[in-house]
Design a protein around this ligand. Sequence first.
Ligand SMILES: [Zn+2]
Length: 362
Amino acid sequence: MNVGTLLSEINDVIPFDKVESWDNVGLLIGDIQEEVNGIITTLDCTLEVVNEAVEKDCNVIIAHHPLIFKGLKSINEEGYNKIIRLLIKHNINLIAMHTNLDHYEKGVSYYISEKIGLKNPRILLPLKEKYCYLQTYVPKDNAIHLKDALAAAGVGEIGNYKHCFYTTEGTGEFEAQNNANPYVGNIGEVHYEDEMKIEGVLKESLSRIVIKTLIDNHPYETPAYQIMPFEVESNFGTGIFAELEVPLTLYEFAQLVKERLQLDVVKLIGDSKSLVQNVGIIGGSGFDFYQSVKGTNVDVFLTGDIKYHEAHDLLMHQLNTLDISHYSEYVMKDGLKSILELMDLECRVIASEINTDPFQVI
Ligand SMILES: [Zn+2]
């Protein structure tokens, strides 16, 4: 298997386009033609992790945090550039799986919920996907041609199916006016035509090309159609909602989280005596989502990187929160390893043993 095949296998399960607009995922350094001899999963791609990959003879590193975010101006021995040079020297391919892994239903927050031992995990804040509903009317004999053209433009794709339409028979009627050039019927006379009504759905992003396709492939001078936007919740989204088997006080739960995630510190914000059972988790830095999280039915919110004034905001909004540090995302190393193993990639997958937490608790 080469790197290109690996990327496409991953993409089938955890698509690289399910990302935040600012993110940078996929193959950041390497060559899609290279044969994969081993994969190492890590939270951060540090110098130590690259050396570990060399020692363990793995020429692919999959990191959660992208090493390259912005445009590079030079690749020298300064700062992060050292890591890039070391990767290239050793011919190691670097893949980033960042917010696409966060948005996956069995992604980073899921692994955190699993490690804590919570039950019934599901997406906390599902992403909304934008679709349009299309209906149009066409003479009976032209219906198949028009549906084929619309399907080729992306109408009627639902789950693992293509060419999904609903068609009903009916009668269209119209009266062509003086400047018209009617396909059927005469100027100034009401014409009745056996027609088919065609209904289908499409991604909103395709709507312009679909309307053009409809007009180009419809026999009428002025085809009638309606296109209406709607949203559906996707299987992807931010964070995980999960439950404790029995309620605990916030203090007891904080102790459980600290022990199960093997953390040096857990910071508690809220009423330590309150009972909690429904848990919202956003691995990494989830503070920006707190108002949406507050709108769910969670008793406690777990995330990292909470600043002093943000903690006051959470107190004022009475959202019990545990700061489990950004590094709690380290659980993705084993989580991603299990997912890759389920893909039957026929190559070794190793979870990095390097602790990449930049903090030491004294
Ligand atoms: Zn992170």
